[in-house]
Design a binder for this molecule. Structure first.
Ligand code: NDP
Length: 246
């Protein structure tokens, strides 16, 4: 089975890369099961997918709560009988030099970006093993490949997930689980709006993003490519960045 008919759960599907991925996969015939905290936004995405002839359902999910993530996987099973792919996409960025000691922001990033993925693994892995197949796709970042000032902790959370997935991959060579890490560069989404508190720095960051950022659909196409492979082919790592990104 390639994309058509696969049941794909996506965290952080209310905007940006998650929303674009939901739309794109649904347009290719996947059944999408969407989670995020902003249910009004999720309902809009579901309605648009349905209007375009696709199949989508959604539920409120805060990935910092393991029960919420379990409910997302449960919804897929309850409505469609299986879960083929979990896209662990929900994430936040808090940009500041380490010396600013944004302890709250560090904790929030660890909770969403790292624990959120662990909660996804805890919810989906037993299902994948029971089914005899499953695919875990995580959205990490080029921030973890080229470390830049002000993003040390964010990069650390993304590289924690990179490491986690490689360990999980090595523990899963019985052919049941496929793992894919997607590393986007600058993508035009709302991420930056919540990343910086200083209005001047935020304005500059928004300008950079407007000039350089690529459409989230580019990342959605990469995720679709990874999913659309035969069972015996695993796309391990994909980097998608603006051509002009340094
Ligand atoms: P957005 O801010 O548009 O999307 C982030 C998504 O994560 C939203 O749907 C948000 O939904 C969700 N989210 C945040 N916190 C939680 C939570 N606690 N529980 C559930 N969902 C949550 O940004 P992007 O689309 O850019 O971000 C998607 C992923 O891509 C992130 O992991 C980000 O780190 C990564 N990324 C983004 C890059 C970029 O340049 N944009 C570059 C590299 C990586 P809601 O608020 O409704 O819960």
């Amino acid at each position: 089975m390639t994309i058509e008919g696969k049941v794909v759960a996506i965290t952080g599907a209310s905007s940006g890369i998650g929303e674009a991925t939901a739309r794109h996969l649904a347009s290719l015939g996947a059944i999408v099961v969407l989670g995020a905290r902003r249910t009004d936004r999720l309902e809009r995405v579901v309605a648009q997918i349905e209007a375009d002839g696709g199949v989508a359902v959604a539920t409120r999910v805060d990935v910092t709560d393991p029960d919420d993530v379990r409910s997302l996987v449960g919804l897929a099973i309850e409505r469609f009988g299986r879960l083929d792919v979990l896209v662990g996409n929900a994430g936040i960025s808090k940009i500041s030099p380490v010396a600013d000691l944004d302890v709250e922001g560090w904790s929030a990033m660890i909770d969403v970006n790292v624990k959120g993925i662990l909660h996804g693994i805890a919810a989906a892995l037993p299902v994948f093993r029971r089914q005899g197949s499953g695919h875990l796709v995580t959205v990490i970042s080029t921030s973890g490949l080229k470390i830049v000032p002000t993003q040390a902790v964010y990069a650390g959370t993304k590289n924690a997930v990179r490491t986690l997935l490689e360990g999980l991959r090595q523990e899963s060579t019985d052919g049941v689980l496929r793992t894919t890490s997607i590393s986007p560069g600058y993508v035009r989404t709302e991420l930056i709006d919540h990343a910086v508190d200083d209005p001047e720095v935020l304005e500059q960051a928004r300008q950079n993003m407007a000039e350089l950022g690529i459409d989230p659909a580019a990342v959605a196409r990469a995720i679709a490519f990874a999913i659309d492979q035969p069972e015996d082919v695993e796309i391990g790592d994909l980097t998608i960045r603006p051509t002009r990104q340094n």
